[in-house]
Design a protein around this ligand. Structure first.
Ligand code: AMP
Ligand code: MG
Length: 264
């Protein structure tokens, strides 16, 4: 691959022609970066193991750190997950599309490389119009970790994506800066009560309102790095998640301060 195709699209009304170009790349096993409401993701057909392997290679991502699988409709969840608990259905109705990733037992159609050999799969429906258009036009579930080289900060603009991945991926859908810049909350539904493995754009408090009881995994609130075997969400072992956790803590502290300032 020599040059990365930059497809500029409107974030509210994405040009269907350009979405079709990007969808065709995904369908033939290529790599496309696209905006979500959190950060830019790097997408590959989640059920095509060769495509997912090339995604790991382009990002230089360790093979033991599985990406989140993005879906454009609820039916896909029933294909990817072995079982969909009632609690999950309640959460999907309340928070999807949005920054909440749900961990399910995986079904046999999901290749092992997509889930780093785990028996679970991480799934979410993004809220961004461009992401949804790409998902629906391609008709695929799309595995998409953040579109940066492993260990670097997650990108919130197409320029950031190109700084790391120009020439390493087929295309980027450039719809300007993303809104939240904080990644999705990762919630494990294979345990009872459900457990937050990574804090993010959907807060603990709001999840508790819907679920009643939610646990925070120790690694999600740790102030220092925990031993590897304690990190249930594999990506949390890797260094840059420390930065994300600090960013999240900063948001938790600074948002109420801003609110006080704005309302006083
Ligand atoms: P990112 O690489 O920024 O897209 O983040 C994906 C996050 O989801 C990482 O923290 C992964 O470890 C986590 N993740 C993906 N699949 C699973 C899974 N099956 N079980 C637990 N965590 C997962
Ligand atoms: Mg990442």
């Amino acid at each position: 691959m020599e040059k990365t195709l930059v497809l500029k699209v409107d974030s509210q009304k994405p040009d269907l022609e350009k979405i079709r170009v990007a969808a065709a790349i995904i369908k033939r096993g290529g790599l496309v970066a696209f905006p979500t409401e959190t950060v830019y993701g790097l997408g590959a057909d989640a059920l095509n193991s060769k495509a997912v392997l090339s995604l790991f290679k382009a990002k230089k991502r360790p093979l033991d750190n599985p990406p989140i699988v993005h879906v454009g409709n609820l039916e896909d969840v029933y294909k990817l997950a072995e079982e969909v608990p009632v609690k999950a259905e309640r959460l999907m109705r309340a928070f999807w599309p949005g920054p909440l990733t749900l961990i399910f037992k995986r079904s046999k159609v999901v290749p092992s490389v997509t889930v780093a050999g785990l028996d679970t799969v991480a799934v979410r429906m993004p809220r961004h119009k461009v992401a949804l258009a790409l998902l629906r036009e391609s008709g695929k579930a799309i595995a998409a970790p953040s579109a940066n080289l492993a260990g670097k900060p997650s990108p919130t603009t197409a320029e950031h994506v190109l700084e790391d991945l120009d020439g390493r991926i087929d295309a980027v859908l450039d719809a300007g800066p993303t809104n939240i810049g904080v990644e999705s909350t990762v919630l494990d539904l294979t345990v009872d009560p459900p457990q937050i493995l990574r804090p993010g754009g959907t807060s603990y408090e709001i999840l508790k309102e819907v679920l009643g009881k939610v646990n925070l995994h120790p690694v999600a609130v740790a102030e220092k790095e925990l031993a590897i075997e304690k990190a249930r969400s594999p990506g949390l072992r890797h260094r840059h998640y420390m930065l994300q956790r600090l960013r999240w803590l900063w948001l938790k502290v600074s948002c109420p301060l801003w609110l006080i300032r704005l309302t006083s």
